[in-house]
Design a protein around this ligand. Structure first.
Ligand code: CAA
Length: 384
């Protein structure tokens, strides 16, 4: 292997693998049907230190490196992508944004309970008419004395219902484009914060995705995250980190589909032999393994750049683009290898296929990743 893991990274991977395959996997198929939010699993994940892995210990985290984080996240995704999406948003765009931009008071009050897993957080950027282009958002925050009045609707918010605190972006000066967007910390229970429509999704069904409606919501100036006008920068830098996580989830789901397909190919007999004896199937296995391995190296490369505190925007987008496209193909091939059985709910590959479908869409579509990658290359004049 090109990338050598440290003993500690291997230990974290093994610990999370054991937990994930025993605890998370046990109810994943059932929760896909019932859409039940696995609150108890998140409690256990918090106790294991998985909900604020990269946050310093003084703020309730584990001070783990990004490589350890992607290993842990992919192990959770292997068993249940509905669980890993919550873990991913929590660790990156919620906890890291608070850690990087929060004041000491904000960190003590909000980051500590989030990072130690007591609370789950949400990040509200997307709106009904502002998805790939978040600068066109309509949510408005108007200053009145030492408070802000927020009005607007956010859409597709991961953990919109079950979160305890929401980081929300809003325009504080609509004349300034991206520099006129700010970010606020809004605790749930604040009057004027309404959980709206819950999406009925194709996959990731046990993770709630909702509208969040802000109606004349008052928030103190002390709950602005970063400075006025920092909101877009906070979102973009959080998304850089989130995109590595999304790539790791893609890897985890792809590995689950791959293992299921190989197991099936060894067991299923046609034309008198296990189908794994047929070259057509063997070539599928080889192609899947090659794609998965390539994604893994891109993920490690982006994660280790981040750990070295170098700019990783381009590498995060490359890993997200490649891994999220890879998992579409790997899960589709896994179904193909299962034949008719792959199309039924008796085998897990149909859930993997549905769960993975959104990976080329959320936290920036594949098309947005191509914009980010080409912008970075043309800006830096760096060769790939
Ligand atoms: N880190 C920090 N700052 C960044 C940045 C980054 N990665 N990328 C850009 N910026 C800054 C730039 O430096 C620039 O600031 P200055 O003017 O001060 O120099 C500013 O942001 C604007 O940059 P660009 O001109 O490059 O921005 P743009 O408007 O042309 O396009 C985009 C940016 C890449 C298209 C961006 O809008 C984007 O990523 N869109 C997709 C949004 C997205 O991923 N949405 C998903 C939402 S969250 C989700 O899915 C689920 C969930 O629950 C979390």
């Amino acid at each position: 292997m090109l990338f050598k893991l440290t003993d500690e990274q291997v230990m974290i991977q093994n610990m999370v693998r054991e937990f994930s395959r025993k605890v998370i996997a046990a109810t994943a198929a059932e929760r896909d049907k019932t859409k039940e939010f696995p609150a108890d699993n998140f409690k256990q994940m918090g106790e294991l230190g998985l909900m604020g892995m990269m946050i310093p210990e003084e703020y309730g985290g584990e001070a783990a490196d990004t490589v350890s984080y992607v290993l842990a996240l992919s192990e959770i995704a292997y068993s249940c992508a509905s669980t890993s999406v919550v873990m991913s948003v929590q660790n990156s765009i919620v906890c890291e944004s608070l850690n990087n931009f929060g004041t000491e008071e904000q960190k003590q009050e909000y980051l500590v309970p989030l990072a130690n897993g007591e609370w789950i957080g949400a990040f509200a950027l997307t709106e009904p008419d502002a998805g790939s282009d978040p600068v066109s958002q309509d949510t408005l925050a108007v200053k009145e004395g030492d408070e802000w009045v927020i009005n607007g609707t956010k859409r597709f918010i991961t953990t919109g219902e079950h979160s305890k605190v929401v980081l929300v972006t809003a325009k504080t000066d609509p004349s300034k484009g991206h520099k006129g967007i700010s970010c606020f910390i809004v605790p749930k229970g604040t009057p004027g914060l309404i959980v709206g429509h819950m999406e009925d999704k194709m996959g990731l069904r046990a993770s709630d995705t909702t509208d969040l409606i802000f109606e004349l919501l008052l928030v103190s100036d002390s709950l602005m995250l970063g400075k006025e006008g920092d909101g877009f920068k906070i979102a973009m830098s959080g998304l850089d980190s989130g995109r590595i996580g999304l790539a790791a989830q893609s890897y985890g789901v792809a590995m689950a589909a791959f293992d299921a397909a190989v197991k099936y190919a060894k067991k299923r007999k046609q034309f008198g032999v296990a189908i794994s004896k047929h070259q057509g199937i063997r070539f599928q296995i080889a192609d899947m393994a090659t794609q998965i391995e390539a994604a893994k190296q891109l993920i490690f490369s982006a994660a280790s750049l981040k750990d070295r505190k170098e700019n990783f925007t381009r590498e995060a987008s490359i890993a997200k683009l490649f891994a999220s496209e890879m998992v579409q193909e790997v899960t589709a091939r896994a179904i193909q290898m299962h034949g008719g059985y792959g199309f039924t709910k008796d085998y897990p590959v149909e859930r993997f296929y549905r769960d993975a479908r959104v990976f080329t869409i959320y936290e920036g579509t594949s098309e947005i990743q191509r914009i980010v990658i080409s912008n970075q290359i043309l800006k830096d004049k760096r060769k790939p």
